[in-house]
Design a protein around this ligand. Structure first.
Ligand SMILES: Cc1cc2nc3c(=O)[nH]c(=O)nc-3n(C[C@H](O)[C@H](O)[C@H](O)COP(=O)(O)O)c2cc1C
Length: 493
């Protein structure tokens, strides 16, 4: 089932019993973040929260409710993308990439449903009065102070839109990008755009600035959940995230023309800020911001966006997330990416069995990879491939283990890795780009990376001793103990 709107998503979450409606008045200034943080630290990610009576920074009541932590559990993340298990989308991608044409007419006809499905991917541009434009503020009517934008942590530089799908276009090829970048509210009618230098929106901006052209941007807050997730997905720059969202939804994303700039926005969005960046203007200070590393990221210079229109649904729900010490809601968005992108990584690096980015590694700091090792040096081949693959190039520590290790269980992965390494022999350092948020690197966005080869070593890799067996109980004993377990009264199996 494809969820077309944010309210359908919220209803579906309510339907599975994972929504808590907060009826107390709660301030968007720090209080909401503290409540959401405590909720997100509950086992399994805590419930989604719908704040029905947000209080604005000036102490008045907001006209709009605030939804937080909508994606923040395994169940809700799968629900948002219309599946029981996120690996289902991985399997669909694998199937799509399987280019073997079956034999015979019937075989060929069996490909038809797959080909028909392909036609559902591209977004559809609609005309008419879109729900996302039921209310329109232009000129002096624009007042971002009336939107319940959260200030999340005490030392933050101001209020931030945190779950913003930012739409821009590649100026030379016209390909659209949708990236989830936070946006700091500067005043009633302008914001600062925090697209980091490795991201596609920033690349579009660099090209526009070189040309000296005004850059149109739209910032979407709340839409169908597949589009929201897709904005956070590390797709190659030449893939439009709305096409990817269409694939995930199994239905096209509906778009409508923005009112004051030459871009299209989701027909069903809750809230859209339309605007432009003027390349002749100086960059502005953005931040500091309590970030997903669990530390504040420093203030830095980013482009200012002039908001030319605010459009929204009449009964708009404002969507936010908070970041801070992990685990937070973004862990579940990252988890979806991990599952969905596995087949794409395998396309160029087929020996990869699985990979996992544990919450405490906040995506780029730690990646466990299991591989089917068949020749010496293969762990290093995989490390080099990953450090050359899109945003995976920002990974700080890569730990490669053998295929039988469950990398989704970091305790198991560390247990095996630490047993299997001779540190001097098995650890390698290299240099490369590092995440903008890495505060420890020798220079901003440049630093070292560590690869740990924790696979079983081969003679060619200089290992002359015998490799021990992992301890396992024999099957017959396990079966006998299984049979008597319940009567022992020790606990559940
Ligand atoms: C909640 C959340 C907030 C994010 N904030 C930012 C941000 O402020 N700036 C940024 O460059 N990336 C941010 N990201 C990461 C990007 O969304 C992610 O790298 C995405 O793949 C970028 O898309 P792009 O490749 O189209 O640029 C955020 C991700 C999440 C889940």
């Amino acid at each position: 089932m494809s969820l077309d709107t944010l309210s359908e998503f919220i209803e579906a979450i309510d339907g599975i019993g994972e929504l808590v409606r907060v009826r107390e008045p709660v301030s968007v200034h720090l209080e909401m973040c503290e409540i959401a943080d405590r909720a997100m630290k509950l086992p399994g990610g805590g419930p989604a929260l719908l704040f029905e009576r947000p209080m604005l920074r000036d102490g008045t009541a907001s006209d709009y409710p605030v939804a937080i932590n909508l994606f923040g559990s395994m169940k809700r993340m799968a629900l948002s993308l219309g599946v029981q298990d996120l690996d289902e989308h991985g399997a669909r991608i694998t199937q799509l990439m399987d280019l073997k044409v079956p034999e015979g007419l019937m075989g060929k006809l069996s490909m038809l449903p797959r080909l028909l499905e392909l036609s559902k991917f591209p977004p559809r541009l609609k005309s008419g009065s879109a729900p996302c434009q039921e209310v329109v503020w232009r000129g002096d009517e624009i007042d971002l102070d009336r939107i319940p934008v959260l200030t999340t942590w005490p030392d933050d530089g101001g209020p931030f839109f945190t779950m913003t799908a930012v739409i821009s276009k590649d100026p030379s090829r016209g390909i659209r990008n949708v990236g989830m970048y936070r946006v700091q509210q500067l005043d009633r009618r302008s914001v600062a755009m925090h697209w980091q230098r490795h991201k596609t929106g920033a690349a579009h901006w660099r090209e526009m600035a070189e040309r000296g052209e005004r850059m149109p941007v739209c910032m979407v807050v709340g839409a169908d959940p597949a589009s929201m997730y897709s904005a956070s997905a590390p797709l190659p720059p030449n893939i439009d995230e709305f096409i990817f969202a269409g694939f995930l939804r199994r239905a096209p994303v509906k778009l409508v023309k923005a009112l004051t700039c030459d871009l299209e926005v989701p027909w069903d969005a809750e809230l859209v800020l339309e605007g432009y960046i003027d390349p002749r203007e100086d960059l502005v200070v953005e931040g500091p911001f309590g970030d997903h590393t669990g530390y504040y990221s420093d203030a830095d210079l980013y482009p200012k966006v002039h908001v030319t229109a605010v459009t929204m649904r009449r009964n708009m729900t404002y969507v936010a997330t908070i970041v801070g010490r992990p685990p937070m809601e973004d862990f579940y968005l990252g988890h979806a990416t991990e599952r969905i992108f596995l087949p794409l990584l395998r396309l160029t690096t087929p020996e990869i069995v699985d990979y996992h980015m544990p919450a405490e590694g906040i995506f780029h700091n730690l990646v466990f990879v299991s591989i089917r090792k068949q020749y010496p040096g293969q762990a290093y081949k995989v490390m080099n491939a990953l450090w050359g693959a899109g945003l995976m190039s920002l990974a700080k520590v890569l730990v490669v283990v053998d295929d039988w290790v469950n990398v989704r269980n970091p305790q198991e992965a560390w247990w095996v890795a630490l047993n299997n390494i001779d540190p001097e022999r098995d650890v390698r350092f290299t240099l490369g780009p590092v995440d903008v948020l890495d505060h420890s690197s020798r220079a901003f966005t440049f630093g070292s990376k560590m690869g740990i080869d924790a696979t079983r070593k081969m003679p060619e890799e200089g290992f002359a001793r015998s490799w021990p067996k992992v301890i396992e109980m024999d099957e017959a004993t396990k079966a006998r103990v299984d049979a008597m377990w319940a009567s022992l009264g020790i606990g559940p199996r």
